[in-house]
Write a protein that binds this ligand. Structure first.
Ligand code: NDP
Ligand code: MG
Length: 384
C-alpha cells in the first residue's frame, strides 16, 4: 500500500485524486492533505480519508477548521513553512503536487531532497527551475511521474524505448475556447468566456492559460525538462477532441500515441500507481461513437503566448521563470478585471525583453528573478 500526500487537495486535481483513491482503498492510504482557503472541503476530506496530518494556509480560519474537526484524530498545522516541509509531519511514499503556480516550487524541492517521489501536476515548478530540479532528482534518485495528461501520455509512449531513438515529441492541444479566432476577436474577451473550456473542467489559472495557449507553452518547457529533449524537437498540434493525449515519433518514423477520453483521473491514477496499472470503473473510449479525430496547426499570431514560450524554452536560463512569473501575475490581474485579455501577452513579452537574462541561474537567482518580474509587471499594470 502506498502512502500518499496531496498538496492542494481542495483543487481540481486534488479532488480528482481523492476520487481515484476512494475506489482503490487497498492500494493507497492518504497520509497528508494540504489546502489554502477551503476549510469546508478540507474538513469533509479529513472525515472521509482520515489523514494523519493536514496543512492549512489561512491561519485566520483556524477556529472554524478546528471546530469542524473536533471529533477527528488529525494533526492540524498552519502556514507556508509547514507546507514547504510537509514530509516532517507524516511518512509518505509519494507526494502529489497539485498546488497552483510558484507555491509548488519549494515543497517540491524539499521533497526531492528528502528522497520522496513526486507525482507532478504543478508544471510551473519545472518551468521555473527545470535544470535545478532535474539535477536534484538525479542526485537523490527521485522519480517524477507526470500528471499532466500530455506528459503522462509521452511517459507511457516512452516506456521500453531508448532516448537516442526519439526524433520528436508531438504535444496535442485542444486549442481552448478561442480556437479559430483572430486577434481582433479576442479584444473584448471576458473572464467568463475564457474560463469556459470545451473539454476539461479545471482550476481558474490553468483554464485561462489554456485559453491563451500559455498552458501549452508551459507544457512545451515541462516536456523539455521531463524528457531531456530539445525545444526544436517538440511540436504542438491542435487536436480539438482531446482523445490523443500526445505522441512520440521515433527515428524510424514510427509514431506512438496514448489515447483515451479526456479525464484527468487516468493520468493521476497512472502516476500514483506506477508501475502497476490498476483496474478502475472510468468510462472507456469508444472509437465507433467518436469516429473523427482532427488536427490543425496552432496560430502563433493569435496565440502569441505559445510563441513566447517556445522562445523562452529555447533560450533557457531564467527566461522560462520570467515567462511563468509574468504569466502568473497577468492571469491574476485579468481574473480581477484589472487588465484586458490581450494585455496579458503584451505584458509577458515586455517582461521577457526587460528583465535581465541569466544563463545558468541558481535557485536564489531564480527566486530573485521571480520577485523582480512580479514587481515589474505590477508596476506596469498600475500605470495602464
Ligand atoms: P486549483 O486552483 O483547482 O487548485 C489549487 C490548489 O492549491 C487548491 O487546493 C488550493 O487551496 C491550493 N492553493 C492555491 N494557492 C495556494 C498557495 N498560495 N499556497 C498553498 N496552496 C495553494 O488548481 P488545479 O487543480 O487546476 O491545478 C493544480 C496544478 O495542476 C496546476 O499547476 C495546474 O497547471 C496543474 N494541472 C491541472 C490540470 C487540471 O485539469 N486541473 C491538468 C493538468 C495540470 P484552496 O482551494 O483551499 O484555496
Ligand atoms: Mg495538460
Amino acid at each position: 500500500m502506498k502512502k500518499i500526500a496531496i498538496l492542494g487537495s481542495t483543487g481540481s486535481i486534488g479532488t480528482q485524486a481523492l476520487e481515484v483513491i476512494s475506489h482503490l482503498k487497498d492500494d493507497f492510504k492518504v497520509e497528508l492533505l494540504s489546502a489554502y482557503s477551503n476549510f469546508d472541503l478540507l474538513s469533509q476530506q479529513v472525515k472521509k480519508f482520515k489523514p494523519k496530518t493536514i496543512i492549512f494556509g489561512d491561519n485566520s480560519k483556524s477556529k472554524i477548521l478546528e471546530k469542524n474537526l473536533k471529533q477527528e484524530k488529525v494533526n492540524i498545522i498552519y502556514g507556508e513553512d509547514a507546507l514547504n516541509n510537509f514530509f516532517k509531519y507524516s511518512e509518505v511514499d509519494i507526494v502529489l503536487t497539485a498546488l497552483v503556480g510558484k507555491s509548488g516550487l519549494i515543497p517540491t524541492i524539499n521533497a526531492i531532497n528528502n528522497n520522496i517521489n513526486i507525482a507532478l501536476a504543478n508544471k510551473e515548478t519545472l518551468v521555473i527551475a527545470g535544470d535545478i530540479i532535474k539535477k536534484l532528482c538525479e542526485n537523490n534518485k527521485v522519480n517524477i511521474f507526470p500528471v499532466d495528461s500530455e506528459h503522462s501520455a509521452i511517459y507511457q509512449c516512452l516506456l521500453g524505448e531508448k532516448q537516442k531513438n526519439i526524433d520528436k515529441i508531438i504535444l496535442t492541444a485542444s486549442g481552448g475556447p478561442f480556437r479559430g479566432k483572430s486577434i481582433g476577436d479576442l479584444k473584448y474577451i471576458k473572464k467568463e468566456d475564457a474560463l469556459n473550456h470545451p473539454n476539461w473542467d479545471m482550476g481558474n489559472k490553468i483554464s485561462i492559460d489554456s485559453s491563451t495557449l500559455m498552458n501549452k507553452g508551459l507544457e512545451v518547457i515541462e516536456a523539455k525538462y521531463l524528457f531531456n529533449i530539445d525545444i526544436d524537437s517538440i511540436e504542438v498540434v491542435i487536436h480539438p477532441q482531446s482523445i490523443i493525449h500526445s505522441m512520440v515519433e521515433f527515428k524510424d518514423g514510427s509514431i506512438k500515441a496514448q489515447l483515451g477520453d479526456p479525464d484527468m483521473k487516468l493520468p493521476i491514477q497512472f502516476a500514483l500507481g506506477y508501475p502497476d496499472r490498476l483496474r478502475n470503473n472510468f468510462k472507456r473510449f469508444n472509437f465507433l461513437k467518436n469516429n473523427k479525430l482532427t488536427f490543425e496547426k496552432p496560430c502563433l499570431k493569435t496565440f502569441n503566448n505559445l510563441k513566447l514560450a517556445f522562445q523562452a524554452g529555447k533560450k533557457g536560463g531564467n527566461s522560462p521563470c520570467i515567462l511563468n512569473s509574468s504569466n502568473e501575475v497577468v492571469v491574476e490581474a485579468f481574473l480581477k478585471d484589472k487588465i484586458s485579455y490581450l494585455d496579458m501577452t503584451k505584458l509577458i513579452e515586455e517582461s521577457l525583453n526587460k528583465i535581465s537574462y541569466i544563463a545558468t541561474p541558481n535557485l536564489e537567482q531564480l527566486i530573485e528573478t521571480d520577485l523582480k518580474t512580479r514587481s515589474f509587471i505590477n508596476k506596469k499594470i498600475k500605470s495602464l
